[in-house]
Design a protein around this ligand. Structure first.
Ligand code: 7TS
Length: 417
């Protein structure tokens, strides 16, 4: 990610908090300090307005009606697809499939691509950094197809053991699933090089971009992955909407995974033929308002600028880590070079869940637990961590509030700082 920033500098690069109405309210009588952005981000007024406007003025079902409003809603839906295409720098809009989120995107690939293309003895290569949503679908596919799962390990720093990753790739490797940015530790994987290595043996590659797209520019053509998935709600967009990018030729070779309206060409009781991509994978009435809201979110992020967002979050990360390291008994888990703005930590003698509860009393929202990365926690020999994850609206006062609240927790537990 971006260049190192001095940990004592308190120069905010962005000042966009006022765009987010949720910060107008107090939580437990205190200003909301929201540091659970890895779980979901707050929404700017622009996104809220886009969804409200859709329901107030533009609502109709898409691709079906001959009437004006349906055409209008269809146009908005199609425009948002082009917004996503440009955001990911995909070659064509048909490469963008709307899903419910990252989880559904991975399941779509597992069921449609995996069930058809994997067979006994084939290898699925994952990493120890994966979120459960890029593990469990592949276990289900492995059980049904006889493929086997191989796992590239992490180093103690939280960085992926790249030598082991490269050594794990062989002519039996048919599918590689890699997280772009680890939600639990913030590790940023060098996905471009990792994809190139998988390509050499002809393996299909999916990148889980759930924690990446809100923090760094992504260019799927330059990455040369087959699939890239993300969730709208982690990039200031609505919940219940996400994106599966797939290379056109790969998507076009795939069978539907859900049947219903809008995904067919013809239907008879004997046989049905299917619509071209992406409609083939968008059965039923989709989350139209969510798609419109996602388009607004991506436009918002682009208007703020991903470079500025990255620099701002990195400044907060460095400031936070410098402050946290001064607390006695606090250990930062995951120190991979160039990591994203996520700090996972443990405080001696205080369970992460207790920390989360004590911080909540001060209006400080963090996440505590295994972060849906149980294999990673097992590898690190810990049950879980406390995690602060940053977004574009966080500021240095948020970090100060986190540190002050942690000191309070330590005092409560008899640890003096
Ligand atoms: N992949 C990664 C890397 C994630 O961080 C998450 C959610 C998902 C997949 C699943 O996304 P969904 O939108 O389909 O649920 N991660 C987290 C988290 O870190 N805390 O809560 C959810």
């Amino acid at each position: 990610m971006s260049t190192a920033v001095s940990s004592t500098v308190r120069e905010p690069i962005l000042d966009r908090r006022a765009d987010f109405p949720i910060f107008e309210q107090q939580v437990r009588g205190k200003s909301l300090v929201y540091l659970d952005n890895g779980a979901t981000t707050q929404k700017p007024q622009q996104v809220i307005d886009a969804e409200a406007k859709f329901y107030a003025e533009q609502n109709a079902n898409i691709h079906r009606g001959v009437h004006w409003l349906s055409q209008y809603a269809t146009d908005l839906y199609d425009q948002a697809r082009v917004t996503v295409q440009n955001f990911l720098h995909a070659a064509r809009p048909e490469e963008i499939v709307f899903t419910r989120g990252t989880t559904e995107g991975i399941n779509l690939v597992a069921y449609s691509w995996g069930m058809e293309n994997l067979k006994e003895g084939d290898e699925i290569l994952l990493t120890e950094l994966e979120h459960h949503s890029n593990i469990v679908p592949w276990q289900l596919v492995a059980k049904r197809t006889g493929a086997v799962i191989k796992v590239a390990p992490v180093l103690d720093s939280g960085a992926l053991d790249l030598d082991a990753y490269y050594q794990s790739i062989n002519e039996r490797t048919r599918f590689v699933g890699i997280v772009h940015v680890s939600n639990a530790l913030g590790t940023v994987n060098p996905v471009k090089e990792m994809i190139a290595a998988a390509r050499e043996v002809g393996a299909c590659v999916l990148v889980d971009g759930a924690q990446a797209v809100a923090h760094m520019p992504v260019d799927v053509q330059s990455l040369d992955c087959d699939f890239y998935v993300f969730s709208g709600h982690k990039i200031y967009g609505p919940t219940g909407i996400g994106v599966l990018y797939g290379k056109y030729a790969v998507l076009d070779s795939m069978v539907p995974w859900q049947g219903g309206g809008d995904m067919i060409h013809t239907v008879s009781f004997e046989e049905s033929t299917y619509a071209p991509v992406p409609q083939r994978f968008e059965a039923g009435t989709p989350n139209i308002a969510g798609v419109v809201g996602l388009g607004a979110a991506l436009e918002y992020v682009q208007s703020v600028g991903l470079d500025k967002i990255d620099a701002h979050e990195q400044a907060l990360l460095h400031y936070a880590e410098a402050q946290l390291q001064q607390l006695p008994g606090l250990e930062i888990i995951g120190q991979a070079p160039g990591k994203a703005a996520v700090v996972s930590f443990l405080v001696e003698d205080i369970h992460p869940h207790d920390l989360g509860t004590i911080l909540d009393a001060d209006g400080v929202a963090i996440r505590a637990g295994h972060h849906c990365a149980m294999p990673l926690m097992t590898r690190l020999g810990i049950p879980g961590t406390a995690r602060a994850s940053f977004a574009l609206y966080n500021d240095f006062e948020d970090v100060d509030a986190l540190v002050a609240s942690l000191k309070k927790a330590q005092k409560l537990f008899g640890v003096e700082s």
